[in-house]
Ligand binder design. Sequence first.
Ligand code: ADP
Ligand code: MG
Length: 691
Amino acid sequence: MVASLSLEQPVTSLEGIGKEYQGRLKRLGVDTVADLLLLFPRRHKDFSHVTPIASIHPGEEVTVRARITKIVAVETPYKHVKLADALLDDGSAKFLRVIWFKQPWLAKQLRPGQEIFVAGEVELDRGRRSGPSDLVMKNPQHELASNQPAHAARLVPVYPETEGLTSRWLRPKVQSVLPLASQLEDFLPLEVRSRRRLLDRGEAVREIHFPQSPAMLEAASHRLAFEDMFVLQLAAQLAKRARQQEVAEVVAFDQPAARAFVAALPFRLTQAQRRSAWEILQDMARPVPMNRLLEGDVGSGKTVVAAMAMHHAAQAGFQSVLLAPTEILARQHADVVESILRPFGIQVGLLLGSTPAGQRPPLLAALRDGSLPTVIGTHALIEEAVEFSRLALTIVDEQHRFGVRQRAALRSKSQGAPHFLSMTATPIPRTLARTAFADLDFSRIDEMPPGRKPVETRLVPPERRQEAYDLVRDEIKGGRQVFVICPLIQESDKLGVRSATKELEKLQKEVFPDLAPRIALLHGRLKTAEKEAVMRRFQAGELAILVATSVVEVGIDIPNASVMMVEGADRFGLAQLHQFRGRVGRGPHQSRCLLLTDVDDPVTRERLKALEAHHSGFELAELDLRLRGAGDLYGTQQHGHEFKIRNLLDTALIKDAQDEVGRLLDRDPALRGEPALRHRLAGFRRVFALD
Ligand code: ADP
Ligand code: MG
């Protein structure tokens, strides 16, 4: 059967895989035979120790090889559960009883006299009044004894399961295509493989499924981790080298200009702001385009640093552009930047989707002829026929919200490559910064302007919900305002209309009926003008409670807001929760963040508790990475299998892969001698959002 198969064939060419299973496999990203081979197990169960029944201790997980002496289908007397009940004998002077609940048909499939493997945990058979065995194995894995077992008597793979698709079903399917693993292209250069003593790819794939030994499993997973890291590093280093070939405008560092800027501010820059600004201005003074990420918690003062870079560009006779993901944020940036740059006579333009048609031509003309040095706006800036005369600097706020295509469009707006700065309040963990984002330089504002009080954070279990409402009421009585964030509950409710509407009704009808007219809703289906109207009412203090979905940007500055209440907090990552929290605590009032969850497992609790203790977005991002994995943080999902978080935290692996990539690119920068690797890269979608 296998002889006629090829890697590219659909899984339906395998025996026992029809339309139905094709659909289920698709949910795991498996379409072809090759995909099936690359569907790696999550873990393995160690059933490799075949143990004589007489030597088993209750509580052990073992495999037993024995003959069936008796097997019957019966029904339990009280609950009427149908089961198959068998007795096994391996000649070791003791019998083993085996029960398969809800699988009475096994009594027909298996017959006395057959020799089988069973694997699972053995217990004392307490329910047994009398009989030949005092040991029982419940719902074990089983199969006819052979030299090539799939479910027992070995390290047994456990696959990521999806509905209607079990490891038991998958194992023989995978086993049947294992001989094809040797046809998988090995894209790692031979030199790298031998220097690092890595298994070849086919062998690694075979061993990752059905390892011959724990040592082989280790070697296989090391090889596969190495190749992942290698490709990740290669993509990043190629991007970096390509960028370094490009030419950018030199915005010479101008010390008097920098001094004048700092002197004109109404406050002293923090040390972290100074350092970041310095790093940015140094980059801009080079003819190589900057590619830098400015990270800092909400309120840490990123906009001021961005304004300093824009100021520098303008003083040197260049233009710069700042892009924000929403109109609200664009306006807010424009207000801040304009107030800072006005004293220097630097004009700031604003272009939004809602900018009236009549105002556009003069703005566009001024950008084209270079008389307007600075412009701030939304994606309208990308879509419009915007042209610049001397664009040297592009700044993007919360870049991950912009599509790749939009970013490319933006780059194409200048002759050379502009210096590129992105800003985010969701920091990238250092570990990821060195791997997936190796093409980016990082500036971190890890210090808040003086005088900010940390937001007091509390995890509120279900039984204390009323206390949270009491606190909200008190704050509103005291004149403060409150955010309530709702999670997206259903897949189909992508804009959060449903979840937020339900929450609004609950608050208006049940919890705060007296405040009903002062509670309003912000969700993804509202038109821009409607959103802005709601935000204005909240800003003006007309509204007491703003119910919003997580997809709606509430990044506007509301110093009077003192409570951030997050419903379904377990559904969010720590970094995201930290962002929500940053919406309060911006004024003189002690602020609070209340995390509500109905989930009551210790892991969730511990994860959310981290927010009570940690107040730095950087620490939380690291923690989040460890606790939830990169996939959840950045929506990463590599084809075929998830990028293993363990690899991203493996310093030695990162370093080895980096070294090898560096060597390879020094020797063969265009990868001429590595067609398989070129092929692999072409198919490699950058997993992470920034590139
Ligand atoms: P971010 O963009 O990082 O969220 P902003 O740049 O909008 O932060 O700054 C938040 C607020 O803090 C603004 O009102 C800004 O004027 C103020 N601010 C920024 N830096 C400082 C500083 N060093 N000292 C005092 N206030 C500052
Ligand atoms: Mg900001």
